[in-house]
Design a protein around this ligand. Structure first.
Ligand SMILES: Nc1ncnc2c1ncn2[C@@H]1O[C@H](COP(=O)(O)OP(=O)(O)OP(=O)(O)O)[C@@H](O)[C@H]1O
Ligand SMILES: [Mg+2]
Length: 352
């Protein structure tokens, strides 16, 4: 028998614009991780809409292509869900054993979850306990069973074992913690701007405090450009990315993009104000952006001015060893912010 460390899972982030794949190898002895496989495969705009898979064939084909072209031999995969079918809450329970808690949570969940309990899978994790009262702060997660079933089935049909189904916000937090030093009790707001959904979460030190998914993202820019400049989706995407399109100069789009950024900033502010009011945490030290949507020109600068706090863009490969011989490092750096969820998934191990 070999005594091998449990291997990392293959991370597959099924987003509405593209499937992102990352495989990491744990180098052991605190040496961190090495990139083993990396890939991104675009999806047609109607394949995944607001977290619901409309065209599973397109998603399965994209996963198979990534696995084949990445030369992946690890078939134990992790993927994640987000959006309206997932509820994440921090609740307080009186001190009790883990076994008692597991049972109590099933009873308590009803008051926090606006779904029929039969329809959801409930999970929990103790975050910390109050030293004075012994009360437990518990992370309660509920996700619709049919959504989990659907994502598991897609991995299965792509020839993989669905070994873990995670939540996008948790993946972003894991990716952040692995790549950046965390100072004491600093409050960090993580904002993962996807195409259709933005996952916002807040950590105090390494303790997660708050999660909220906002139905807005890169598509808002594309939709507005389409409408205001009479463009097709593909043309608007190209203009947004500063590539321009036939008869349209990228500069013409700037005021339109800025107006969407202002609306988006106001939306984030509403959520952050709600966080402040419900938790009493008034000081936010920084905002960390990830997701492809953060590539919109000036978003980080605008938000930094708007909130009056530092805003940085996450590179989820910052602390990961990437071999220049094996990978196109420039491409990886350019696309890095879109890979926060995939890196978070690839950090997971079998059964953990
Ligand atoms: N260079 C760029 N400039 C502007 N926007 C960009 C750029 N590159 C990618 N994007 C936008 O980023 C978004 C895709 O980001 P990401 O891959 O994080 O989303 P996703 O995971 O597919 O979506 P979701 O999580 O919402 O389902 C798209 O709206 C895309 O147009
Ligand atoms: Mg995403």
């Amino acid at each position: 028998m070999f005594f091998s460390k449990s291997k990392n899972l293959l991370g597959l982030d099924i987003g509405s614009s593209a499937v992102k794949m990352v495989e990491l190898k744990d180098l052991g002895k605190g040496k961190g991780f090495k990139l083993e496989a990396f890939g991104i495969e675009p999806l047609p705009p109607e394949a995944v809409v607001g977290g619901t898979v409309m065209d599973s064939g397109a998603v399965i084909a994209a996963i198979q292509k990534l696995v084949r072209e990445g030369g992946v031999k690890n078939f134990n995969a992790a993927t994640s869900v987000d959006g309206n079918s997932v509820i994440t809450k921090r609740i307080t329970m009186t001190a009790m054993s883990e076994a008692e808690l597991a049972e109590a949570i099933q009873w308590e969940a009803g008051q926090y979850i606006p779904f029929d309990l039969e329809e959801v899978k409930i999970d929990h994790q103790v975050l910390d306990s109050d030293p004075a009262t012994g009360n437990l702060n518990v992370l309660l997660v509920a996700a619709k069973r049919d959504l989990i079933g659907e994502y598991s089935s897609i991995l299965g049909q792509a020839g993989l074992n669905a070994s873990a189904i995670d939540i996008d916000s948790f993946c972003v937090q894991n990716a952040y913690e692995t790549n950046y030093p965390i100072n004491g009790n600093e409050v960090t707001v993580l904002v993962n701007v996807g195409a259709s959904t933005t996952n916002l979460s807040v950590m105090k030190g390494t303790t997660p405090l708050f999660w909220r998914d906002i139905q807005a993202g890169g598509n808002n820019y594309t939709d507005t450009l389409q409408r205001e400049m009479s463009l097709t989706f593909d043309q608007a995407e190209a203009v947004k990315k500063g590539e321009g399109s036939e008869g349209v100069r990228a500069e013409q789009a700037v005021p339109i993009l800025n107006a969407v950024t202002e609306e988006f900033g106001a939306e984030l502010k509403k959520t952050i104000d709600f966080f402040r009011v419900t938790t009493g945490e008034n000081t936010i030290h920084k905002v960390v952006l990830s997701g492809g949507g953060t590539k919109v020109p000036n978003l980080d600068r605008y938000l930094s001015q708007f909130f009056g706090i530092p805003v940085e863009v996450m590179n989820p490969f910052q602390n990961i060893t990437v071999s220049e011989r094996e990978f196109p490092v420039d491409t990886i750096n350019r696309l890095a912010p879109s890979f926060a969820v995939a890196v978070g998934l690839a950090l997971r191990k079998m059964g953990a």
